[in-house]
Each structure stands twice: as structure tokens, then as C-alpha cells.
Ligand binder design. Structure first.
Ligand code: FPP
Length: 277
């Protein structure tokens, strides 16, 4: 079944973004922050914020699919989150389990492919089972790839990559001289994912918090003021519009990266360059 199409104003908004210079980011990564504060401000328990956060996840996944984003990576549970009070950790795991069960069919119908990165072995067995069943079910889908970072941290992944490289060097499969950036990338859990084009962090905090440390080297970062439970597609559109205004130079100079895009109307190009001033 095809993805439900955006309608009305929403569709117009999406069309404008798709036509704009800068294009739709191929890989969007999100640090979903502020669930606890959202709940606290309403006099609710923290888990109520995580609960409402699932509704934001649903909306952002659907909007990303409609926009043609290819990869969406969500920081759902960090290695450090295990240090939270035990009851919050348990409730988060129950919530994850329920979300996987409740959303699985809808994601599948929407052609979403599911992936997970992180120390999955640390998750409770029922969560692991549900996760691998969902991944299996969606294995051959061709739409958006949704990557859940679970029990994940950038340092955890880099340390694991170094350990695996050391083993391979010891086994004679790899030589120290051949270790390049490309080789390191192949030892990470993100080896088959493109680097994120855009990182969004909600709740007005400006930190990376141990997320995709290697992969974010040249990502554009947008920090949104909304807490995650109130972050919905209109905020995503604003973040993408902000991304489209940025000039990505990858360490080069402006003239090297400016290529006239044949798909952009000359008048639009002038308007875009005025907007950048
Ligand atoms: C950060 O807010 C959020 C998390 C640690 C968990 C995110 C989880 C969800 C949105 C629900 C499950 C996700 C999926 C993919 C179904 P915080 O608790 O750190 O907020 P605070 O900084 O205000 O305390």
C-alpha cells in the first residue's frame, strides 16, 4: 500500500521544499530531547513526555517518507540512558515494546524499512524479539529507512570498531598501514548508511551528546526550541528550509561547491541567493 499522501496546505509545503535549491536531505538524524521537561511543565510524570514523544515520532516518520528523505535516524535510547532511575528505564523499554507492536503494520504498509544500531544485546529479550521481528517483516521494503539508535553511543561504536580492527590486524586480515578513514567507517555499525546531511536536536540544547560522532563530521545542525513531544512536521519543514539555506563546503571554498542546478528556475536562483544574504 502506498504512503498516505499529504493533502492541502501540507502538500503545498512539501512541494515547495522539494523544489527548493538545496534539495531534501537524504539522511536526517534527530536527537529527540525534552520529553521530561515537557511533562514536568504540565505536572505529569516523565513517562508522559516519552508517551507523547511517540506521536511526534509517528508524524516525523510519515512526513520524512512523503518528502523523500531516504534515511531517518532517531536517538531513542543512549548508552548513558541506562544510568537513569530504574523505573524510568523499565517504562521506556515497555513504551518501546508497545510502540514497535502498535506501529509495525503501519510502518510496513508505508514501505518503511526498519534498522537498529547500538548494543541491542543489552535490551530486554522481549524488546529484542519484537525489534528483530519488525526488522525482518520490513526487510524488503523500498521506502524510508528508519534507523533506531538503541543503547547506542558514538564512543561505544568507535571503541567497538577499534576492537574489531585490532582483532583483524592480529589475525592478519588487516594491516595497520591500510587503516584509512574509509576502512574505519566500514568497522562502524553505520557502515552501510550515508552520513547524515542534517542533524536536528530539539529542546534548545546545543550538544551532540555522544550521537554519531564519526558520521556527523560534515552534517548541518539545526537546533529547534520545541520539546520533542511538540515537535511536529511543521517544525521539521522549518529545519529543512534552514538546511536548504546553508552552503555545504566540506572544507572547500564557496566557488568550488557552487554548481548551477538545472532544475532550479533562474529567477528562483536569484531569490535563493538573496535569501542567503
Ligand atoms: C529525551 O528526552 C528522550 C529520550 C531519552 C527517549 C526518547 C524516546 C521516545 C520519544 C519514545 C520511544 C521512541 C520510539 C522510536 C518509538 P529527556 O527524557 O532527556 O528529556 P529532558 O531532557 O527534558 O529530561
Amino acid at each position: 500500500m502506498p504512503l498516505p499522501l499529504a493533502t492541502g496546505q501540507d502538500r503545498k509545503h512539501q512541494e515547495r521544499l522539494k523544489e527548493a535549491a538545496g534539495g531534501i536531505p537524504g539522511h536526517v538524524a534527530v536527537i529527540m530531547d525534552g520529553n521530561g521537561r515537557w511533562a514536568k511543565r504540565r505536572g505529569l510524570p516523565r513517562i508522559a513526555g516519552h508517551n507523547e514523544g511517540v506521536n511526534s515520532v509517528r508524524d516525523i516518520v510519515e512526513a520524512c517518507g512523503q518528502l523523500g528523505v531516504q534515511f531517518l535516524t532517531l536517538y531513542a535510547f543512549s548508552t548513558e540512558n541506562w544510568k537513569r532511575p530504574q523505573d524510568e528505564v523499565s517504562l521506556l523499554m515497555r513504551l518501546l515494546l508497545r510502540a514497535l507492536r502498535d506501529e509495525r503494520d503501519r510502518l510496513h504498509q508505508n514501505e518503511v524499512r526498519l534498522r537498529a544500531i547500538g548494543d541491542i544485546t543489552a535490551l530486554p529479550q522481549d524488546v529484542r524479539d519484537e525489534l528483530s521481528a519488525a526488522i525482518d517483516m520490513m526487510r524488503n521494503n523500498t521506502g524510508l529507512t528508519l534507523v533506531l539508535a538503541l543503547s547506542y553511543s558514538g564512543r561505544w561504536d568507535i571503541a567497538g570498531a577499534m576492537r574489531r580492527m585490532a582483532h583483524d590486524i592480529k589475525a592478519g586480515v588487516l594491516t595497520p598501514e591500510s587503516v584509512s578513514e574509509q576502512i574505519v567507517g566500514q568497522y562502524l555499525s553505520t557502515r552501510d548508511l550515508p552520513d547524515p546531511d542534517l542533524l536536528i536536536r530539539t529542546s534548545a540544547e546545543r550538544r551532540i551528546s555522544n550521537f554519531l560522532l564519526w558520521e556527523l563530521a560534515y552534517s548541518e545542525m539545526v537546533f529547534a526550541d520545541e520539546f520533542w513531544p511538540t515537535f511536529r512536521r511543521k517544525h521539521l519543514y522549518a529545519a529543512i528550509a534552514e538546511y536548504q539555506k546553508r552552503e555545504r563546503r566540506f572544507g572547500m571554498v564557496s566557488e568550488q561547491v557552487q554548481q548551477p542546478s538545472p532544475n532550479v528556475h533562474p529567477l528562483q536562483r536569484v531569490l535563493n541567493s538573496v535569501a542567503k544574504l
